[in-house]
Design a protein around this ligand. Structure first.
Ligand SMILES: Nc1nc2c(ncn2[C@@H]2O[C@H](COP(=O)(O)OP(=O)(O)OP(=O)(O)O)[C@@H](O)[C@H]2O)c(=O)[nH]1
Ligand SMILES: [Mg+2]
Length: 315
């Protein structure tokens, strides 16, 4: 199942960002520290061009600290990128962002010219929360669901330094199916846009591989089940989600797993590593190229068919 969610306000947000872009000096992309690759919006990468980028791995309190370190090094090595990990649990690091912005455009700072930065990123990743931390006031509305911010907002951080908050944006086609699942697990996609059971199966398969001990401990499992379906059923049985006839209520058990991932009950988790995603990118790019080639071949065959069709005789 491919997850695509690109409502109208995101299309509008993209258009509005393009309009202010010529005045922007520094782009701040807020990503989710649990999925630094999947939460990177390719549309933003394209819009940004070569402008200096502050890449934020946000909600790092929910992510695996060891993997966050690996990701920071990986991202920092990219051209014109400064990567930092943030969490609302230690706002003092966020407070250093204005200084960092100025450092990235030293000529403007030295000449006393106005500097504009923009915060962009996928939905529900903490963009407005960050803006509020920087301003020290609740200027922007925040909420634990995607698409809280619907329009652009410009705020003065200090004399000569302005920051835009923008609505969370996804992109029209998420080619990497795994990325779609990861975005759904971490609530970047509205819950109504996907099938809970399928997302829980995806998460269960990954957790069995990457965090088996956490599962054992949390759900008091002596033996870890082999498959994701067995794991969700075991969670359901432990939590009393059993219907008449002894069947596990799979939907309820799936919801328990997803909620416990989201609210950190299962501990800090990261869903991808640079190594893993590099392999996935190659795989999904090849798959996409194959699909396009097949579609083209079909189109051509249809065209040829039309040409060879015998014409109706005129009377
Ligand atoms: N655990 C954790 N939660 C955070 C952090 N930062 C923000 N949040 C929570 O994430 C949710 C979304 O925050 P917002 O600031 O509204 O996110 P946004 O990116 O502006 O979302 P949209 O406007 O919908 O695109 C809120 O419930 C915040 O409290 C963080 O560092 N750690
Ligand atoms: Mg917002």
């Amino acid at each position: 199942m491919a997850i695509n969610w690109f409502p109208g306000h995101m299309h509008k947000a993209q258009k509005e960002i393009k309009e202010i872009l010529p005045t922007i000096d520094v782009v701040i992309e807020v990503c989710d520290a649990r999925l630094p690759f999947s939460s990177e919006n390719p549309m933003i990468t394209e819009i940004r061009g070569d402008k200096p980028l502050i890449k934020i791995l946000n909600k790092s309190d929910l992510a695996d600290a060891q993997l966050t370190k690996v990701w920071l090094e990986y991202l920092d090595a990219q051209h014109n990128v400064k990567a930092i990990a943030l969490t609302t649990e230690s706002p003092s690091i966020a407070k250093q962002i204005p200084t960092l912005i100025k450092k990235l455009v030293p000529h403007k700072d030295q000449e006393g010219k106005q500097i504009n930065a923009v915060i962009m990123g996928i939905p529900n990743v903490g963009k407005s929360t960050l803006l509020n931390t920087l301003v020290g006031k609740a200027k922007a509305k925040v909420g634990n669901e995607p698409a809280v911010t619907k329009g652009q907002q410009r705020i003065r951080l200090e004399d000569g330094l302005y920051l835009y908050d923008t609505p969370g944006m996804l992109w029209p086609k998420i080619v990497n199916e795994n990325s779609g699942y990861r975005l759904a697990v971490t609530s970047a996609v509205k819950d109504t846009a996907f099938d809970h059971d399928e997302i829980a199966c995806f998460a269960a398969e990954y957790l069995l591989e990457a965090y088996p001990d956490r599962l054992k401990e949390r759900y008091k499992l002596e033996e870890l089940p082999v498959t994701e379906v067995e794991l969700i059923e075991a969670i359901g049985r432990k939590r009393g989600c059993v219907k008449s006839g002894g069947y596990v209520d799979f939907h309820k058990a799936s919801a328990i797993l997803i909620n416990e991932i989201r609210d950190k009950t299962l501990g800090p988790l990261t869903f991808e590593s640079p190594n893993m995603v590099e392999k996935e990118v190659v795989y999904f790019d090849e798959l996409e190229a194959k699909k396009i080639a097949e579609r083209e071949a079909k189109k051509e065959a249809r065209g040829r068919g039309r040409k060879n069709k015998p014409k109706k005789k005129k009377r």
